[in-house]
Design a protein around this ligand. Structure first.
Ligand SMILES: [Zn+2]
Length: 326
């Protein structure tokens, strides 16, 4: 197969499928990441043959392709995940090459959200060293740096990590937890904002976090809670069922995974975000194209498209303390 270029409205990636012989080899089956079981039941039946090229272009910080893949639930522990899923190397390549001006355009709202997030972190840690995994454009680290934290970040997208370093000087290394060397010092806090559900091996990510933290260090995760009442009512139409999400946690499975990685949950609360009205209607277009476009035009005509509003979309923020080394 020839090297191909995929273009989406808001991000540009070039994809090389030369190693793939047919579309089937682009997908892989995975077993349960939490307990290792291969026994699972189908939660939502999907397909493996959507437009793969277009699908891969969605692997970016603001990727919002509604998932058509199959979601399964582990019979033994209840973890919900996507299987089969696109091959790890293909997804990673897309993240690395993604340019994401849509994400960056929401700087004001995201920074405001992260100020609240850091308030929550500081209830458990007053300061020190902090690593943000999947740091994107560095908005959270900018807030942390201004409050005196020593900041580190890891981000696969070169475009986003360059943006953060250039604009905020927050020490983001381009790469993943696998490719970037461990920090030179043990850390007080590690954050994963909208990140764990994107990772290939979340249990290993949390174990690595454990090894990077000081004895009483904390890890902070927010995740789309598919067990939330709003998510349950929406069913397959739950707005966070996206191709970029490989895992779907509920409080019970995130707690179990944190415990296997040497953590104890100390807080679990609804997670609010702030975004511009215009951006929310853009995101809504994936589900209700016509009404969302009409609303978008209306807000623009009333000059309300830049207005920041808080919203809750069935996300949960969990804070866990390291209780043993793993
Ligand atoms: Zn399991």
């Amino acid at each position: 197969m020839q090297a191909q270029a995929a273009r989406a409205t808001n991000n540009v990636v070039s994809l090389d499928y030369s190693s793939a012989t047919d579309s089937k080899s682009l997908w892989e089956e995975v077993s349960c990441n939490l307990c290792g079981s291969k026994s699972r039941k189908v939660k939502y039946q999907g397909t493996t043959d959507p437009d793969t090229e277009k699908l891969l272009s969605s692997y970016s910080a603001s990727g919002n392709f509604v998932s058509k893949e199959t979601l399964v639930e582990c019979v033994d522990c209840g973890l919900i995940y996507t299987s089969p899923r696109l091959r790890r190397d293909l997804i990673l390549k897309s993240y690395t090459e993604a340019e994401d001006p849509t994400y960056v355009s929401q700087a004001d709202g995201r920074i405001k959200s992260f100020e609240r997030c850091l308030d929550a972190v500081e209830e458990f840690k007053k300061g020190g060293s902090i690593l943000d995994i999947g740091a994107a454009a560095g908005f959270f680290l900018k807030v942390a740096k201004e409050r005196g934290w020593k900041t580190y970040g890891i981000e696969p997208s070169k475009y986003l990590s360059d943006y953060g370093n250039k604009n905020y000087g927050v020490n983001i290394t381009c790469g993943t937890l696998d490719s970037v060397p461990a920090p030179a010092e043990k850390l007080d806090c590690i954050t994963l904002w909208d990140v764990l559900e994107h990772t290939f091996d979340p249990k290993e990510v949390l174990r690595t976090c454990n090894s990077y933290l000081k004895e009483d260090g904390i890890v902070v995760i927010n995740y789309p809670n598919i067990g939330n009442l709003m998510a349950k009512m929406a069913g397959r139409n739950y707005w966070f069922i996206l191709s970029v999400h490989l895992y779907y946690f509920v409080p019970k499975t995130i707690k179990a995974m944190l415990e296997t990685a040497g953590f104890e949950v100390v807080s679990s609360k609804p997670h609010f975000q702030w975004l511009q009205l215009g951006y929310l209607t853009y995101r809504l277009e994936a589900y209700l194209p016509k009404p969302a476009k009409m609303m978008g035009k209306l807000f623009k005509s009333l000059s309300l498209d830049q207005t920041l509003i808080p919203y809750f979309a069935a996300q949960t923020r969990v804070i866990a303390r390291k209780v043993r080394s793993v």
